[in-house]
Design a protein around this ligand. Structure first.
Ligand code: FES
Ligand SMILES: [Fe+2]
Length: 448
């Protein structure tokens, strides 16, 4: 349970809020690179943390990001012209370069002080992992001094090894992350109907054993290991004999996570949440394989919606959504699956949205399986409160620490979480080393 004041602080990310300020001290995804496909192409609307911005790819291929409101009289630059590495308002022709300096103000005299005094707010951008990232925080006028973009592993592998997309989630960012960190829910939300065998699960792409272990033990024992950019949480369930089935999940500040099911050799999945406003967020979702290209078959499946990747339209709106009640099929719920909603991503979206646009955390009753949620709230609230008193988040400076993996492992009963992580990843918190990352970025990680 949280106090009403802490719930407000956790969930509100507008420019003047403590959490909004905190989030702006980290690089934020603002678009998929393919949403800005061509140099000098159409500008793109960007709504992020309550602000309306406009992105455009200039003639040199660099992405500009600016306040959408023209400083003259507030017309939207989304309708503007992308010309000569600058954006021009089509109302009276004011034109601004990538740094926001006016280059032409046709309806003011040439010697006007406006050329010196007026600035369009612009933000530095980078592209990494087929995503355009922007820096909305302080020091944006000195882009060379900014920290690096978080080196999440999907962005380090060759393009052939990854699939990157996003989807709209129609609720507050924080409760959606909490849904991902709470891996205990898999015993219910993503399962077949109670009378159905666990291997007859049309939604969950895992083998019968794993599904049986998950279903048969709804009270996983959780352990948390903190690291310098967040924490990794492990949930251990009873498996066959004296074995324990571990599912581990990464959380990295301020809003990244990786999924728990991956066994060695299988594809990894992760997400980054970006608030659009306090009632909606984007979930950037990525699949990657560190050692081989994704197959055409896998790509086709991801495109059609598969596992944690939702089926979306060309604007990244999930086809199952609030308006159509996630296409719930009550007959399916009675006879076949636990929810009657098709798809793991769709089941997650349905249940997170159902908590309300912003869940009231003052009336909840947490239990031991909510350990990761408690840790998430504490970390981001502590960070936001520290920033209010002048302490900037150190995790934002540690971009190399974001090379994190999570996944599944089967360990003997009594083996502690740290040992499980060492056995599974060769590192106590699931971090891959610079050498390995170097190989990935060179594209030479394929097995010989
Ligand atoms: S409002 Fe943009 S130039 Fe007048
Ligand atoms: Fe889920």
């Amino acid at each position: 349970m949280l106090s009403a004041a802490d719930n407000e602080m956790l969930t509100r990310t507008g420019p003047q809020t403590p959490m909004g300020q905190y989030m702006r001290h980290f690089w934020q995804p603002i678009a998929l690179s393919r949403e800005l496909p061509e140099a000098d192409g159409a500008p793109l609307r960007v709504n992020i943390m309550g602000e309306e911005l406009v992105a455009f790819r200039n003639a040199k291929g660099v992405v500009g990001l600016a306040d959408s409101k023209c400083p003259h009289r507030g017309a939207s630059l989304y309708f503007g012209r992308n010309e000569d590495c600058a954006i021009r308002c089509v109302f009276h022709g004011w034109k601004f370069d990538m740094e926001g300096k006016p280059v032409e103000l046709p309806n003011v005299p040439d010697d006007s002080g406006y050329y010196k005094s007026i600035r369009l707010r612009t933000y530095p951008t980078r592209e990494f992992g087929e995503i355009v990232w922007a820096w909305l925080g302080p020091d944006g006028s000195e882009p060379d001094k900014l920290p690096g973009v978080p080196q999440l592993e999907f962005g380090l592998v060759p393009a052939s090894h990854r699939y990157v997309t996003k989807k709209l989630q129609e609720c507050n960012w924080a409760q959606s992350i909490e849904g991902a960190l709470d891996t205990a829910h898999f015993s219910f939300l993503h399962m077949p109907a109670p009378h159905m065998p666990s291997n007859e699960n049309p939604d969950a792409p895992a083998d019968e054993k794993r599904l049986r272990w998950i279903r048969d033990d709804p009270r996983p024992q959780f352990s948390v290991l903190e690291h310098d950019v967040g924490f990794v949480v492990g949930g251990a369930r009873r498996a066959d004999g004296e074995d324990r089935y571990w599912r581990t999940t990464q959380f990295a500040l301020p809003a990244h996570s990786t999924t728990p099911s991956t066994l060695p050799g299988e594809n990894h999945f992760g997400y980054t949440w970006v608030p659009i406003d306090d009632h909606n967020c984007w979930i950037y979702t990525y699949a990657w394989n560190p050692v081989r290209p994704l197959t055409d078959d896998e790509r086709a499946k991801f495109k059609a919606g598969h596992g944690v990747i939702a089926e979306v339209d060309d604007k990244f709106m999930p086809l199952s959504n609030r308006a159509n009640e996630y296409r719930i099929d009550r007959a399916l719920q009675k006879h076949s699956t636990f929810t009657g909603v098709r798809g793991v991503a769709e089941q997650d979206a349905m249940i997170q949205d159902s908590q309300g646009r912003i869940v009231d955390r003052t009336i909840e009753h947490l239990t031991a399986s909510d350990a990761a949620i408690v840790r998430f709230r504490r970390l981001v609230l502590e960070g936001a409160k520290a920033l209010v008193t002048g302490t900037r988040p150190e995790a934002a400076l540690r971009h190399e620490s974001y090379r994190l993996r999570s996944g599944s492992w089967i360990g003997h009963e009594g083996v502690p979480f740290e040992q499980v992580m060492l056995e599974r990843f060769g590192n106590r918190v699931g971090r891959i080393g610079p050498v390995e990352a170097e190989q990935l970025s060179d594209g030479v990680a394929e097995p010989k």
